[in-house]
Write a protein that binds this ligand. Structure first.
Ligand SMILES: CC(C)(COP(=O)(O)OP(=O)(O)OC[C@H]1O[C@@H](n2cnc3c(N)ncnc32)[C@H](O)[C@@H]1OP(=O)(O)O)[C@@H](O)C(=O)NCCC(=O)NCCS
Length: 144
């Protein structure tokens, strides 16, 4: 992701989430050394993105979204595979994410990709206030 991509990214973000991130959140990611962001492009059109943070042994999937018309085409799976590869190359032991308990499609997607429920974090989200399910994917065999 580059600064020039953020207008289009914000359009997708607003289509995908009730509490979209502000422009400044994506600007901070693009400028940060610890964060990364990858784009999904179909027919030269930006249709998806995934954001992540790597700190020491821990990776965090901070955002993942696919424009509604382009879902169920394995776009998110490809973005996630890329992010998992990057995290593994940087010797992360696991990757965490938060998801709203009512977001059944995202939970199904993450379970299909091998993530497991770790715990429930109370009142994590705003607009609307909701718990988060924290899910984890271990890169090492002994934890899975
Ligand atoms: C969750 C999301 C990123 C999935 O993107 P996607 O590109 O449609 O997912 P993929 O096509 O790569 O799906 C891969 C597999 O995940 C599972 N899956 C994905 N969406 C699913 C759904 N709605 N219901 C059930 N299983 C689903 C399926 O097993 C799918 O494989 P299949 O299509 O061969 O059955 C997308 O629905 C999205 O952007 N949602 C809104 C934003 C969001 O909630 N992001 C996650 C925040 S934590």
């Amino acid at each position: 992701m580059r600064l020039a991509d953020i207008d289009r990214v914000l359009g997708i973000e607003k289509d995908c989430f009730p509490d979209p991130w502000p422009r400044s959140a994506f600007e901070d990611i693009v400028k940060s050394r610890d964060h990364g962001a990858v784009l999904g492009v179909v027919d030269n059109k930006l249709v998806a993105y995934g954001c992540y943070l790597i700190i020491g042994p821990e990776a965090h999937l901070t955002n993942l979204a696919v424009s509604p018309k382009f879902r169920r085409k394995r776009v998110a799976r490809q973005l996630l595979s890329h992010i998992l590869e990057v995290a593994q190359r940087k010797e992360c032991e696991y990757i965490l994410l938060e998801v709203r308990p009512r977001n059944e499609s995202a939970i199904a997607f993450y379970e299909n990709a091998g993530f497991k429920l770790l715990y429930r974090r109370p009142r994590y989200y705003r607009n609307p206030v909701e718990d988060a399910l924290v899910m984890v994917y271990y890169f090492t065999d002994n934890e899975s």
